[in-house]
Design a protein around this ligand. Sequence first.
Ligand SMILES: Nc1ncnc2c1ncn2[C@@H]1O[C@H](COP(=O)(O)OP(=O)(O)O)[C@@H](O)[C@H]1O
Ligand SMILES: [Mg+2]
Length: 283
Amino acid sequence: MTARVEILASAQRALPKIAFRGASKIYGGSGRARNQTLALDSLDLDIAPAEIVTVLGPTGCGKSSTLNMIAGFEQPSTGTLTLDGQRIEGPGPDRAVVFQQPSLFPWLNVFDNVTLGVKCRGVPRETYSARAMHLLREVGLTGFERHYPYQLSGGMQQRVQIARALVSEPKVLLLDEPFGALDYQTRIQMQELLLRLWQEYRPTIFFITHDVSEAIFVADRVLVMTRRPGRVKLSVRVEADKPRTADFLSTPYFIDLQRELLHAVQEEVQASKQTAPPQAMAA
Ligand SMILES: Nc1ncnc2c1ncn2[C@@H]1O[C@H](COP(=O)(O)OP(=O)(O)O)[C@@H](O)[C@H]1O
Ligand SMILES: [Mg+2]
């Protein structure tokens, strides 16, 4: 490692964008322990500014809970979670979320769906309009500005969601299986698009996926979470320059990493089948 890279790496370690410290998440806090679910157990995780972290793990291991805490929709039950050193108290315009199912307003056209949030925040029309048109071009939807969601395919609606998430230039982009419902070709296109947009805006990205190949393709670092209660089982850096093209998918490096991660996920999926149901948290 060169001296410069070392200095950069240590600066990033010193100033994480997002930091979990002993963060646990318990649902169902009515006081009756048998109704509680320990979703996350004492999570320690640092995410550096502009880092792209992808997350794999069995269903129910706490991936969405982790994302929802960064979004500010949920609070850790114990421990801390900070953004730029400040405790996350709730949602904010510095973070944008994209879910698997497009959640567009059916009565608004594409342009209005993309710009509603920034408009409500008082951003001048000239500013957000130019940004929206640029993003719609980037996501391949020029000419569809006046179309309504019902006139678009699922992939197109998802691209509108991405444009909407980025129009406010959020510092943090949170993606919860955003391409899960799309066909293979569209998914690859979306992954390439995401890397192109990252190149332009450099947001910090926390990206949940169940697709190991997708997790490697877009990531600086892939996390594999354990079965519930979720912890980080594996954290692997992807040593490949960005932007990446589909050729990366067939390199021996990619294939070896894919095998290693698939194995780690499978181990947890198998083990989770033997885990007690959520209600069985110790009293
Ligand atoms: N709002 C909630 N209330 C109660 N339990 C929840 C809630 N959200 C998630 N859980 C439980 O927490 C665990 C982790 O859920 P989640 O974070 O959605 O996992 P993942 O996204 O990895 O599938 C699961 O057992 C789930 O049933
Ligand atoms: Mg989930």
